[in-house]
Write a protein that binds this ligand. Structure first.
Ligand code: ACO
Ligand code: LMR
Length: 237
């Protein structure tokens, strides 16, 4: 770490060295840093922040509040990056047309990871996705997986307005482009990274920043025990 500081490297380089075991070119480390910054927070009402806030207001400590929020990260919230990369890579590499891929997933009863959002839609796009795409267009040698994901999104949007590419889908597809286009990883290494599931780590790391902030906010504002309005909890149809 001392050497990293002496050489003027940033947190993207630290992640490259500790996770991917190599120094990556600046455009890659900057992309990693952009992912971390863009995913650091999405307000107090999302699953993770809500859990951290409730836990902090129950009088628990920082670590308990943080992990309570982190534990919501999974296939629906923030933790769809690895699956998005897995499914987009498999579909692209097998030459599936976007509609074949989406309809195939539907037949299997699996939602397309990286597609869909609770509040974002065709007319209210996720700016984070647009910024990531813009960066990659300007700096990546190839964006073939991201372009495939855009074609998937075009098809899913023909079905429903909220089936936009979400930030997990953008990071998942663009990381495939980073891994395959940088020339820094063998095919076997890429398969291993996708198989093990490194990419959700980016969201976990990033969102920890926001969850810690939400925890401090509650403590600083001396917020009392939280109790949810019971009308919001639906037990019967
Ligand atoms: N693929 C295919 N169809 C979908 C998808 C998807 N990804 N998402 C929603 N639909 C369709 C389904 O027909 C669904 O009906 P079903 O419940 O019978 O499957 C219908 O849209 C309505 O879905 P809702 O559950 O009302 O959508 P909601 O707004 O609650 O879900 C969510 C949002 C959880 C993000 C959903 O779109 C999803 O599961 N996406 C895939 C997982 C994912 O990418 N999560 C990361 C989100 S970004 C983030 O958390 C940082
Ligand atoms: C997030 O970054 O937390 C989201 O995209 C999920 C949400 O519900 O807004």
């Amino acid at each position: 770490m001392s050497t990293i500081i002496e050489r003027g490297y940033g947190v993207g380089d630290v992640i490259s060295l500790l996770w991917f075991k190599r120094s990556l070119p600046r455009y890659c480390t900057q992309f990693i840093e952009i992912c971390v910054m863009l995913c650091a927070d999405h307000g107090p009402c999302v699953s993770g922040a809500h859990n951290s806030i409730v836990t902090a207001r129950a009088g628990k400590d920082l670590v308990s509040s943080l992990v309570s929020g982190l534990l919501t990260i999974g296939p629906r919230f923030g933790g769809a990056i690895d699956d998005a990369a897995r499914y987009f890579k498999d579909a692209y590499d097998r030459g599936l047309m976007p509609y074949e891929f989406v309809e195939g997933m539907k037949k299997k009863g699996i939602r397309v990871p990286g597609i869909g959002h609770r509040i974002k839609s065709r007319d209210n796009r996720d700016k984070r996705v647009q910024l990531l795409q813009k960066y990659a267009h300007a700096h990546f040698p190839s964006v073939k997986y991201m372009e495939y994901a855009v074609q998937v999104e075009t098809y899913t949007l023909s079905k429903a307005n909220n089936l936009v590419m979400n930030v997990d889908g953008a990071i998942g597809s663009l990381f495939l482009d980073l891994l395959s286009g940088s020339g820094m990883f063998s095919k076997q290494e890429i398969d291993e990274i996708i198989e093990i599931g490194y990419l959700n780590g980016l969201f976990v790391l990033a969102r920890s920043i926001g969850l810690i902030g939400h925890t401090f906010d509650q403590k600083r504002l001396k917020q009392p025990l939280y109790r949810h309005p019971w009308e919001d909890v639906l037990y019967t149809k």
